[in-house]
Design a protein around this ligand. Structure first.
Ligand code: LER
Ligand code: MN
Length: 277
C-alpha cells in the first residue's frame, strides 16, 4: 500500500478535512520531505491546475498524483448528478468529465463524492439511483477511454442517503454496465456507518480502489479511537495495493497531521505484514 496526502485549493471548502491548503507547490515539497508517495488534489476547477507546473513539481519530488476530487462542483456550483433539474445534471456530468480528463493526463482517477447528491421528495430514491447509475455508466466509460478508473465514494448519512456503506456501494457498482468504477472507502464515513470496518473491506474485496485514511473524529490517524490493526490487516488480505490517503482535518496543524499520518501508515502496514506471517 502507498501513502498519500490531500491538498485543497478550494477556498469555499475551508474548515473541511484536507491536510494541506492553498499552496500546491509548497504542499508538494512538504509531502516529499515527509516521505509520502503521492498527493490527492481538491481543485476548484480543472483549469485551476497548471499541468506543466504540476508535472514539473511531481517529477522533481518523485511523487505521483493519486486522484483529483470533484467536490468543488458541489461546494462552488451546487451541481449534483441527482438534481431534479436536467440541465444541472448535465452540467454536473460535464464538470466531472473535465476533471476526469485533467486527472487522466497524470494517470490518475477522479473521485465522485459529494457530487452524487441525495434523494429528496422531488427526486425519490429509485429515481435518484437511476440518475446516479446513468451518470456513473457514462463517466466510467469516459474514464476507461482515458485509461483510468473512476472512484465512487459512499458517504455517511448526514451527507447522502444514496449509498452509506461499502456494501451499498458494491450493489450500485454491480448494477452498472461499466466495470470501470471502484469504491473510495473513507474510514471517517465507515466509522459512522459500518458494523465492522474490517469485515466491510473483506466483503467489498476487489471493488476497493482508494482509501481515505483518517481517524474516527476526522483527525489524522492515531488522534481518534479507530482500531487500525484489523482494518489494515483486512486490506492486506484482500490484496489492496492502492493508496492510503490522508483526508483529515489539519489539526493541530497541517504539518503535524501529515507527519502523524505518515508515521501511522508506516506503523500499521508493517504491523499488518508481521501479523500475516
Ligand atoms: C466528503 O465527506 C468526503 O469524504 C470527500 O472525500 C468527498 O468529496
Ligand atoms: Mn472522503
Amino acid at each position: 500500500m502507498k501513502s498519500c496526502v490531500t491538498i485543497s485549493l478550494v477556498a469555499e471548502a475551508r474548515g473541511g478535512p484536507f491536510v494541506f491548503w492553498d499552496d500546491l507547490i509548497a504542499s508538494i515539497r512538504q509531502a516529499e520531505e515527509m516521505g509520502f508517495d503521492a498527493i490527492e488534489i481538491f481543485p476548484p476547477s480543472p483549469d485551476a491546475i497548471d499541468h506543466q507546473q504540476l508535472r514539473g513539481a511531481l517529477a522533481a519530488s518523485n511523487l505521483q498524483l493519486a486522484a483529483l476530487g470533484t467536490g468543488a462542483g458541489w461546494v462552488r456550483h451546487q451541481l449534483t448528478l441527482t438534481s431534479a433539474d436536467n440541465a444541472v445534471r448535465e452540467q454536473a456530468i460535464a464538470f466531472i468529465r473535465s476533471i476526469i480528463n485533467a486527472a487522466a493526463e497524470f494517470g490518475a482517477p477522479a473521485i465522485i463524492g459529494s457530487m452524487q447528491g441525495r434523494a429528496t421528495p422531488e427526486v425519490p430514491a429509485p429515481q435518484a439511483r437511476d440518475y446516479l447509475r446513468a451518470a456513473l455508466d457514462v463517466l466510467g466509460q469516459a474514464a476507461s477511454e482515458r485509461g483510468v478508473p473512476l472512484l465512487y465514494e459512499p458517504l455517511n448519512r448526514y451527507e447522502t442517503n444514496l449509498c452509506n456503506t461499502l456494501a451499498d456501494g458494491v450493489v450500485l457498482l454491480e448494477s452498472l454496465q461499466t466495470d470501470n468504477v471502484r469504491l473510495l472507502a473513507d474510514l471517517f464515513h465507515m466509522n459512522i456507518e459500518e458494523c465492522d470496518i474490517a469485515a466491510a473491506f473483506r466483503q467489498a474485496g476487489r471493488h476497493v480502489g482508494h482509501v481515505h485514511f483518517v481517524d474516527s473524529n476526522r483527525r489524522a490517524a492515531g488522534l481518534g479511537h479507530m482500531t487500525y490493526g484489523p482494518i489494515v490487516r483486512s486490506l492486506v488480505d484482500i490484496g489492496y495495493q492502492g493508496y492510503l490517503s490522508a483526508e483529515a482535518l489539519p489539526l493541530p496543524s497541517s504539518n503535524e497531521a501529515a507527519l502523524q499520518t505518515i508515521r501511522a501508515i508506516h506503523y500499521w502496514t508493517a504491523a499488518a505484514r508481521v501479523a500475516g506471517n
